[in-house]
Design a protein around this ligand. Structure first.
Ligand code: NAD
Length: 270
């Protein structure tokens, strides 16, 4: 059985942990060559070495990059193209949630700027260099590959819902990711480059669990979750795999929610 991403080349940011790591694993298992990118050099290299052992039929590589730096993102995309000869899937997934991010009165400007730099500008630059690379993808008739590609940007459920546990900069950055992704999807639709946002609900990954470090904080959220549990990173990775593959060939500009029903909920089941 050919994999769902056979012959494709993918780059995943934030690939040392959580959603990014699980997605890189699935992408490689489904036949893609994958470049894992993260600011945490040791963790991302260890992850790539481990993954490469279980997926000998594809190339799995790692590189350190800070997505808040344009030059780092350009270098990472250049590396993917140099190693794989093309770029079909760009997953702009790295993001931060700063513990000092708060409401309009308490959030310091430096926290706001830092959050926007990683969560929004990093995604913009990821889109920019992916689009340039995808425009140059060679058409390989034998393998029936298309030009174009799929760009997936990680937003959040808080981009579409308000929370009375505020993280203003984070929420604003993720709302901007949705708006930016939609617009880019329209601009590049006729080039065959699809852009979609993925909106995770609250997940059991370090990003959220480090923050929800008491039973009280977790229970404050759990009561609002229709399925009564936090999501798993791999459940997001399966959504990303769909958006990355040609199975979603007519899906672009969407806010793809993988949130356990949270954003459709008024009253949760007892
Ligand atoms: P995680 O903390 O498990 O992983 C995030 C990874 O991003 C880490 O490996 C980290 O080193 C990397 N990273 C951080 N800053 C970076 C930078 N400047 N450059 C490169 N890499 C960087 O988190 P996760 O839960 O897998 O989060 C992934 C994405 O999902 C984020 O964009 C996050 O905002 C979003 N999200 C998470 C949740 C949740 O509940 N966990 C909910 C909604 C959205």
């Amino acid at each position: 059985m050919p994999g769902r991403l056979q012959y494709k080349a993918a780059l995943v940011t934030g690939a040392a942990s959580g959603i990014g790591l699980e997605s890189a694993i699935l992408f490689a298992l489904e036949g893609a060559n994958v470049l894992l990118v993260d600011i945490n050099e040791k963790a991302v290299e260890d992850a790539a070495v481990k993954l490469a052992k279980t997926t000998p039929n594809v190339k799995v590589l790692a590189t350190k990059a800070d997505v808040s730096k344009e030059a780092d993102i350009k270098a990472a995309v250049d590396k993917a193209v140099a190693e794989f000869g093309r770029l079909d899937v760009m997953f702009n997934n790295a993001g931060i949630m700063h513990p000092a991010d708060d409401n309009a009165l308490n959030t310091e400007e430096r926290i706001w700027d830092m959050t926007m730099q990683v969560n929004l500008k990093g995604v913009w630059w990821g889109c920019k260099y992916a689009i340039l690379a995808m425009r140059s993808n060679p058409v390989d008739e034998a393998k029936v590959l298309h030009t174009g590609g799929s760009i997936i940007n990680t937003a959040s459920f808080v981009a579409i819902m308000g929370a009375a546990t505020p993280q203003l900069a984070y929420t604003a950055s993720k709302g901007a990711v949705l708006a930016m992704t939609r617009e880019l999807a329209m601009v590049h639709a006729r080039e065959g480059i699809r852009l979609n946002s993925i909106c995770p609900g609250p997940l059991k990954t370090p990003l959220l669990m480090d923050f929800l470090n008491t039973p009280e904080k977790r229970d404050r959220r759990l009561v609002h979750l229709p399925m009564g549990r936090f999501g798993e990173a791999v459940e997001l990775a399966k959504g990303a795999l769909f958006l990355a593959s040609d199975e979603s060939s007519y899906v672009t500009g969407t806010d793809f929610k993988v949130d356990g029903g949270l954003s459709s909920c008024y009253v949760t089941p007892i």
